[in-house]
Write a protein that binds this ligand. Sequence first.
Ligand code: ZN
Length: 451
Amino acid sequence: MKTIIHNGIIVTMNKHQDIFPDGYLIIEGTRLTEAGPKEELPYLMGQKADPESGEELKWVDARRAMVMPGMVNTHCHMSMVPFRGLGDDCKDRLRVFLLPMEEKAMDREMAVLGARYGICELLLSGVTTVMDMYYYAGHIAGVMDDMGIRGIAGETVMDQATCDAKTPEEAVSMGEEAMKRYASHSRVRACLSPHGTTTCGAQYLRKSYELDCRYNVPFSLHTAEMDYEMAYLREKYDMGAVEYLDHTGVLGPRTLIAHGIQVSAKEVELMKKRGAAAAHCIASNTKAAKGVAPVKKMLEAGVPVGLGSDGPASGNTLDLFVQMRFCANFHKNTLKDRSAFPAKDIVDMATMGGAKALGMEDEIGSLEPGKEADVVIVETDSVNMFPVYDPYAALVYSAQASNVRDVYVAGKCLVKDKELVYQDLGQVREALFEKMKKTEFGKMEGIIFTK
Ligand SMILES: [Zn+2]
């Protein structure tokens, strides 16, 4: 069967950044086989089957809608959904709320149920690929597989005991097992993700890097994010965080720096030289008053930059529409330049930039024949979407996650008319809620019990 999406504004994000105002796409199996202006389609128009091959044709009308590549969330902690909204304005929220609650309440079942909920949210907002970092990576990869999203499940490696590993050695061996299991999966991979530059020692940074490179998956860690991280590395090595990664031998084409807020101009050059990329999490960073990463310098240097939501505790939503808007607003404001970061460049970061940051640019990130059919249809019927002069500007400044109508991953329709095709969101929420009630979260009445 061929699926033909037609009548929509096709925003390809290909090399020429072609837009087909009345265009079409053809999906065959998991791939896109054609993308172009509608004039090129007449041989199939009005047909129920392909006259040449006899294959059935399924027509999807994208009238009054924009069709864009599936978005790529390059930094996420899906399983942390239960922490959303917890101690949001607390000065030291990490130590007061997150770490103690994680220690008391997080286990495999909660991580899996949280990830299920997180994936529902990602799909409903047009994210088709997610780079996740948390615990129980083998199980999270299983949830990704089951729910049809494309993703990489990172196993956190850190010096201290965590909810799934008593030692970093144990985390590495669990992660490696998941990496092996998913090494040839069509959509899902696992990787090792050291927690950060100062929370995972050099030995395990190197070990993780080595394995991630061997399995050709991203080596991603929190970098140049925290004041205490910067002070420690300056004091001990007289280095910035990126310099420290380079000094440790783990800065290379597979390295994906999450946050990268406090990165110097010299370090941007170093990232370029080594082929490293960045996951920019502007909503999380600005909410925590940590600053704005030097993304303009990174892009000018040719460093791939993708957008990331960070966890739902940090940025509150997992969608990239919020990130796109914040990215535009904060960078324009910081640079005092209204023309900086044009909408087209921001949509590029949410799609191709993310694909490049994950080393997946040959497979995803744009609507081009030969690529995987990860496609999002954004309707323009809603009150906030009229009129549309420039599709990029409409996506960055007007659109919200709730405008996402249909979502395809690897050619499979996972969201249709704003509903999940294979999941019952109510049931997914209920299962997570029941689990939360049995843990420390259940003692926080009046905070989470919103039924
Ligand atoms: Zn994070």
